[in-house]
Design a protein around this ligand. Structure first.
Ligand code: G6P
Length: 611
């Protein structure tokens, strides 16, 4: 979390930095700040979003060709002007921005306090900055050298960018555990937490690795390890267009991303799934075919919405491949002493590819001999690079903080992986295999069908927007969809919502049911349908409001529901990719109806690079 931007070159730095920060606000928006090299270092910072900083510094002399900027998701110290980045060192000659957490900051702070330092903020960042300055002054060395020495003492995660008033053209950057991309232009360099701030200027980028330090000048990029040895920067070509990160006429990114799903699911299947030939081509999976075939089990590791995708995959893989699957919260997995044997297959699922807990969890599993397959959206991200193989989800940049199109793309990839393994293991009949390929192929058009009825969901949102609580119930493949529906609503409307397996309702949640409680059933036609219908009856009998996601033509469920959201008929294996879409819309429209900032919900960030 936290977004960082930097620029050094002949252009005006401030507009590049501000525009870049706006694109990175998905990473946090508690405060914003910039530091500019303008006859000494000038820092402007403020609590709140980027636009608020812009408003307050109108009319200031912002001319500079070198600068850094930060959008914050608070960890150490409340969101406030004084805790906003950039921080300045005691002498005022250094400025620094930071994404991550310095875990041993209190120890470093105590050392500095004994030496007479005082601090203006509550942040770990200001501590590290002064620690660097102390080394620079004591050793009478360059900033680069001081950073290298300081980082050897630091535990935690970081990307840091530093300016030094004495070297006004240079930005020093270093990374461990948080992302850093450097854009290489002609006589200029751009820095960002991802490539979005530099898209219109260059397509050539360098992804900085952990324990690397960069010295960046307009016409020079030097990469070194912490042992001061030079590393040749590996320049990659970006395959990303500007339009992909803009709203394209939609009111919010979230709505745009919901509506993009027919295309993104299609993009995810394209070139891989051939329903007529009966083939699924996934080279990053195929190369581990033997190991997967002989594996004792698969462990899925993820957080948030990606964890829900893992739960759907558990049902699908166990059914189709007769292979044991466990789904783990990365944050729990990494701090236990998990039993992982050589040859276990780990599937790491992540939209951003930067989630700190997932990243550490896969490193833990790797060290025990597991094979890591990444199901990741952001190309070149840390998790993608840390994985042995896997498959990208190709959903394109997801900017809305609440995940939508990344989730359905994850389900599409995981279903293809399941079908591939089932085929390799011979646990699926040819007829069923061919039918499911066809079903998967038809998902994009079925999702498009659901989206045509978005206005009906909008009306439902108006009707239920004032509820205090929601319950989401389902069974089987749709149970994780209930969890996801509830999470979406919580995230963007701040309404309390819980997802439960429908049968578990009678073990507690049913006590909540009265005439004010909306209960959302995902009751599509599948093997569990009759049971779910019985659960609906139980809610109706207690006067709860029943809102159901049903299959077209299901009159029984319609008669039991106060309101319905309809999806076309689909095999139960692929149904979750479709049934989640009305729930995304419901959450979105309720969030908007309640006046919430749906793209940037309070307290959340899209990329959680702290533990
Ligand atoms: C954050 C985001 C969620 C996301 C989760 C996991 O909480 O707000 O939308 O599901 O992180 O992120 P990942 O990038 O690993 O999928």
């Amino acid at each position: 979390m936290c977004g960082i931007v930097g620029y050094t070159g002949p252009r005006e730095a401030y507009p590049i930095i501000i525009k870049g920060l706006k694109r990175l606000e998905y990473r946090g928006y508690d405060s914003t700040g910039v530091a500019l090299q303008n006859g000494g270092i000038k820092v402007y910072k403020k609590k709140g979003k980027v636009a608020e900083l812009e408003d307050t510094i109108v009319g200031k002399n912002l001319h500079a060709n070198v600068g850094i900027g930060h959008t914050r998701w608070a960890t150490h110290g409340e969101p406030s002007d004084r805790n906003a980045h950039p921080h300045q060192s005691a002498s005022g000659k250094l400025a620094m921005i930071h994404n991550g957490i310095i875990e041993n900051y209190s120890q470093l702070k105590n050392e500095l306090l004994k030496k007479g330092y005082t601090f203006k903020s509550d942040t770990d960042t200001e501590v590290l900055l002064n620690f660097i300055e102390e080394i620079k002054t004591n050793n009478n060395c360059s900033l680069e050298e001081a950073v290298r020495v300081a980082l050897k003492r630091v535990t935690g995660a970081y990307v840091i960018l530093l300016l030094d008033a004495e070297e006004p053209e240079t930005i020093i950057a270093a990374r461990k555990g948080s992302p850093l991309v450097i854009g290489v232009g002609k006589g200029e360099h751009f820095l960002g937490s991802d490539a979005s701030p530099m898209l219109e200027y260059t397509k050539e980028v360098v992804y900085v690795n952990d324990y690397e330090l960069a010295i960046i000048k307009p016409d020079e990029l030097i990469l070194k390890n912490l042992g001061n040895e030079k590393i040749t920067p590996y320049i990659q070509k970006l395959d990303l267009e500007l339009a992909a990160i803009e709203k394209g006429g939609y009111e919010h990114f979230m709505l745009k991303e919901i509506f993009e799903q027919p295309q993104t699911i299609y993009d995810c299947l394209r070139g891989r799934l051939d329903a007529e030939a009966g083939t699924i081509t996934m080279s990053g999976i195929e190369q581990y075919a033997n190991q997967i075939k002989n594996a004792r089990r698969i462990v899925m590791i993820a957080c948030g919405t990606s964890w829900h995708a893992g739960l759907v995959a558990e049902y699908v893989i166990e059914e189709l491949c007769r292979l044991n699957v466990e789904v783990e919260y990365a944050s729990e997995f990494r701090y236990r002493n998990p039993v992982i044997d050589e040859g276990d297959i780990i599937v790491a699922i992540s939209q951003s590819g930067e989630t700190a807990d997932t990243l550490v969890a896969i490193e833990t599993a790797k060290s025990k001999g597991a094979i890591i397959l990444g199901v990741v959206n952001v190309v070149g991200s840390s998790i993608a690079r840390a994985s042995h193989g896997g498959a990208y989800t190709h959903a394109g940049p997801e900017i809305g903080v609440a995940s939508t199109k990344a989730f359905t793309a994850q389900l599409a990839v995981l279903t293809m992986i399941a079908l591939k393994i089932a085929n390799i293991k011979g646990t699926i009949s040819h007829e069923r295999y061919m039918l499911l390929l066809k079903e998967l192929n038809e998902v994009p058009e079925k999702v498009a069908w659901v989206l045509k009825n978005a206005d009906k969901v909008k009306k439902l949102a108006e009707k239920y927007k004032d509820a205090d609580d929601f319950l989401y119930l389902a069974r089987g493949y749709n149970f994780p969809v209930a969890l996801e529906g509830a999470l979406k609503l919580k995230e963007i409307s701040y309404i309390h919502a819980e997802g439960y397996p429908a049968a578990e309702m009678k073990h507690g949640p049913i006590a909540l049911v009265d005439e004010t409680l909306p209960v959302v059933f995902i009751a599509t036609k599948d093997a569990y349908h009759e049971k779910v219908v019985s659960n609906m009856q139980e809610i109706k009998a207690r006067k709860g409001k029943v809102i159901s996601v049903i299959t077209e033509g299901d009159d029984l469920s319609t008669s039991l529901s106060d309101d319905v959201m309809i999806i076309p008929e689909a095999d139960e294996i692929v149904a979750p990719i479709i049934s989640v879409v009305p729930l995304q819309l419901l959450a979105y429209y309720i969030g908007v109806a309640r006046g919430c900032d749906v793209d940037k919900p309070r307290n959340l960030a899209k990329s959680v690079t702290v533990e």
